[in-house]
Design a protein around this ligand. Structure first.
Ligand code: ATP
Ligand code: MG
Length: 558
């Protein structure tokens, strides 16, 4: 992991400069402004960690503001999920705010603007308005309604508000400059008629403000000092400032919009709209499907808040968009889980191992350390008996010298137990191995202090006692998309790149201590990877999600 960065990132530099010139420290205030039209994804984690991270660094308040100005796409379910995710990441907001709480204030300001000749009602269709926009090199054409009288504008705007104007009937536009080189300044729409019920304001409003009109004013109302958004809003900055200027009062701090680059993750899509498609088309089961790059999906898969925060911090903020390899996110999960996840044994693809010189019916409970990285994690006892399961791939009848696992005539250690030697195999009529027979060295018990227990053998295998093991469902996940950038092909839709094998459900055997594992408990299955108990588990019968493999096998396959 990258060591503590001492130099300031460009966002921090902006703030430090402002503290030298225009801003007092106690005026610093930030916000995270999600639109509640879906679940948060790993890209949002960057924005959350940026804004709340600045709050922590400067001891400044950070609001959670729902940008809920479009009732067509927004729902209470998304509001609740967003709050849960931000809290889970370990951040606390100063105030929970909603743009919809400012609808009346925004309306009053719009009326003021009409009175000051800064806004007018346009009765053209959206197509006509679009045609008059011009091009970046040619000025636009002024609307025939641009010179409407203040009285008429006030009357029509009131009608819009009261629902007397049909949807698409009129819009309210800011009167700026149809010849501006910035197309967004060519009389942008401030309000549209929309007769939709809103998840909070219900049927109170028949007009809804556009993003540009609502966002800066919301920042202004909340006294946000710095409003950080992604780069696509750079050309909106001029308009943001224009709108704030229209309503600002003497002495009140004006918010400052600054932009940073979106973060993209490989082998997935980070767009609520596209993620919603995956849910709606049944490609995944839900927003929190463990294959999803949503915060809730990552949580269910077994990611810790710490691993996601470390990920966001390590990629930092930038001025250029880039694609982060998902392997880096997985690395962050491994790093954190290595320190915190208890070790257990589980066999995913079992074959029976019989220790022919071990007494039938005998069982021993062997001590096993819970986490070599954390002494305070203590130890537990695991059962050992004559018949065990080991992984199929840990045995080869005949193998070359580089194979350090079990083979006939060679010795390996069973983790926390004894040294065994491969003796024989039993096969079915088709030649498949059904049992491996071996002998053990009774004096070689791990930790027993004997000469034999200290004997070095090349390989160590994980295992479970067949009689005691718990059979469980294990869900193995792979990349959701089979290409690095599903959006990268202009000819093809991202949906065409969905990996059909992103989920493999298998039956495995795990040590019996896992019977009592609770939902969200995380473990390292030794030699295999990190696993987390899924929320669909029933008491005493855990289902495991593989969070990540122990090592990065993907980059090798590539
Ligand atoms: P989406 O297309 O997924 O809906 P959005 O930008 O429209 O993304 P918002 O809910 O408006 O989503 O975003 C809230 C905040 O998170 C905004 O400030 C936005 O710029 C930021 N954000 C969204 N996606 C990313 C990303 N991939 N990387 C960094 N910041 C992001
Ligand atoms: Mg959006």
């Amino acid at each position: 992991m990258a060591e503590e960065k001492k130099s300031l990132n460009f966002i921090e530099q902006i703030i430090e400069e402002d503290l030298q010139t225009t801003h007092k420290r106690e005026e610093l205030k930030f916000r995270f402004p999600p639109e509640p039209n879906g679940y948060l994804h790993i890209g949002h984690a960057s924005s959350i960690c940026l804004n709340f991270g600045l709050g922590e660094k400067y001891n400044a308040p950070v609001n959670l503001r729902f940008d809920d100005t479009n009732p067509i796409k927004e729902e209470q379910e998304f509001v609740d999920a967003i709050k849960e995710d931000v809290l889970w990441l370990g951040f606390k907001w100063e105030k929970e705010c909603y743009a919809s709480d400012y609808f009346q204030q925004l309306y009053d300001w719009a009326v003021e603007m009409i009175k000051n000749g800064d806004a007018y009602v346009d009765s053209q269709t959206s197509e006509e308005i679009a045609e008059q926009k011009g091009t970046p090199t040619e000025p636009g054409t002024e609307s025939p309604y641009r010179k409407r009288s203040v009285e008429e504008n006030i009357e029509l705007f009131a009608k819009m508000k009261n629902g007397e104007t049909p949807e698409r009937g009129h819009v309210l536009r800011a009167k700026i400059d149809m010849a501006s080189p910035n197309m967004l300044m060519r009389d942008p729409v401030m309000y549209r008629c929309l007769h939709k019920s809103h998840h909070r304001t219900k049927d109170n409003w028949k007009i809804y403000p556009m993003y540009d009109w609502a966002h800066g004013e919301s920042d202004f109302i909340e006294s946000i000092s710095h409003s950080f958004c992604t780069l696509e809003f750079l050309p909106h900055r001029e308009l943001y400032n224009w709108f704030v200027e229209k309503v600002s009062k003497e002495g009140k701090l004006k918010p400052k919009q600054r932009e940073f680059a979106r973060r993209n993750l490989s082998h997935t899509v980070v767009s609520k709209r596209k993620l919603m498609q995956l849910v709606e088309k049944g490609v995944v089961n839900s927003w929190d499907d463990p294959r999803m790059p949503t915060i809730s999906g990552l949580r269910r898969r077994g990611y810790t808040p710490n691993s996601i925060r470390k990920f966001a911090d390590s990629i930092g903020v930038g001025k250029r968009e880039n694609m982060i390899d998902v392997a880096h996110l997985e690395f962050c999960a491994r790093e954190d889980l290595n320190k915190t996840a208890p070790r257990v044994m589980g066999v995913l693809d079992p074959v029976k191992l019989v220790i022919t010189n071990y007494e039938e019916g005998k069982e021993e409970w062997l001590e096993a350390e819970n986490n070599p990285e954390d002494e305070s994690a203590g130890s537990r006892e695991i059962p050992f008996s004559r018949e065990l399961y080991i992984e199929k791939e840990d045995f080869k009848e005949s193998a070359n010298r580089k194979f350090f696992r079990l083979t006939l005539g060679k010795e390996v250690r069973l983790k926390n137990a004894y040294i065994i030697k491969g003796e024989d195999v039993i096969k079915d009529s088709e030649g498949n191995i059904t049992e491996i027979h071996c002998t053990y060295d009774p004096k070689s018990k791990s930790g027993s202090g004997t000469e034999e227990s200290k004997r070095k053998v090349k390989g160590t295998l994980h295992w479970v006692s067949a009689k005691h093991a718990l059979e469980t469902e294990i869900r193995l996940y792979d990349r959701l998309f089979s290409v690095e950038n599903p959006d990268g092909d202009k000819e093809k839709d991202y949906m065409e790149f969905v990996n059909p094998n992103s989920l493999d459900v298998i039956k495995g055997f795990v040590e019996p201590s896992l019977k009592s594992a609770g939902i969200q408990d995380k473990f390292q299955f030794q030699r295999i990877g990190y696993f987390c108990v899924d929320k669909e588990s029933e008491e005493g019968n855990p289902i495991f999600n593989r969070t990540v493999t122990l090592r990065d096998s993907w980059s090798k396959i590539k």
